[in-house]
Design a binder for this molecule. Structure first.
Ligand SMILES: Nc1ncnc2c1ncn2[C@@H]1O[C@H](COP(=O)(O)OP(=O)(O)OP(=O)(O)O)[C@@H](O)[C@H]1O
Ligand SMILES: [Mg+2]
Length: 226
């Protein structure tokens, strides 16, 4: 599902170069639940951005769900970002002026689906996420846990094969953090999605099938075959 070889992202800041990640080799099978760990600045967000097709590597190979992200055309990349991967962020990134169900259906409408099929799918997701009663609320009228569950609904609306979550519990208390990790684990176990979570928290250690440790942009002692 995910194959990288020598994957490297160096940021240029004027004359200085900062290593984001360096020579990362990954081979992640479909259906894995991967937890990315490492200190602040170790490269977790850099790696997730590359896997999500939001950023380009400085060098190295990267193939995700059959898309060679180095050679993909702009239109293929748009399709990839919209329909193949679903992203969840620490800060939720909901649009503040539209309500929960509108936030959820938006990526489906952008993908060309009809409003009625998109709303039907969104309602099902919101019901699974226990948000049906909040469908017409604006993001500012939600708790943090509800905001993150809305973001999960939005990430799932186009049925992505891969879910990438960057510190999804970072702004949540431990109870809501647990709920979010359990939902991601359920997507992995019951719906067969490949899930990759970057997190400082140990909440995701139990359901993980692979834990990858990053240090200074490099992979150290990955724990395969857990
Ligand atoms: N846009 C950027 N421009 C320059 N340097 C960057 C940029 N983004 C990240 N970096 C640098 O790349 C390195 C890896 O950063 P990254 O954000 O991937 O770490 P992280 O593991 O996600 O950290 P955190 O746990 O704090 O979120 C850091 O040294 C960071 O300063
Ligand atoms: Mg980060």
């Amino acid at each position: 599902m995910i194959l990288t070889k020598g994957l490297t992202r160096i940021y240029s800041l004027g004359d200085a170069e900062v290593v984001g990640i360096e020579n990362v080799d990954l081979d992640i099978a479909p259906g894995e639940m991967v937890v990315l760990k490492g200190n602040s600045g170790s490269g977790k967000s850099t790696l997730l951005s590359l896997l999500a097709g939001l950023d380009h590597p400085t060098r190295g190979e990267i193939t995700v769900a059959g898309y060679d992200l180095n050679s993909a055309s702009p239109s293929e990349l748009t399709l990839f970002r919209r329909e193949v991967v679903g992203m969840v962020f620490q800060s939720f990134n909901l649009l503040p002026t539209i309500n929960v169900i509108e936030n959820t259906v938006l990526p489906a409408l952008l993908a060309g689906k009809t409003l009625s099929e998109s709303r039907k799918k969104a309602s099902e997701l919101l019901e699974w996420l226990k948000l049906s009663e909040r469908s017409n609320h604006l993001p500012a009228q939600l708790s943090g846990g509800e905001m993150q569950r809305t973001a999960i609904a939005r990430a799932l609306i186009n049925d992505p094969e891969i879910i990438l979550a960057d510190e999804p519990t970072g702004n949540l208390d431990s109870k809501n953090g647990r709920i979010v990790i359990d939902l991601l684990a359920e997507l992995n176990r019951k719906r067969g999605r490949t899930v990759i979570i970057a997190t400082h928290s140990s909440l995701a250690d139990d359901p993980a099938s692979v834990i990858i440790h990053l240090k200074d942009g490099m992979v150290i002692h990955p724990e395969w075959d857990r």
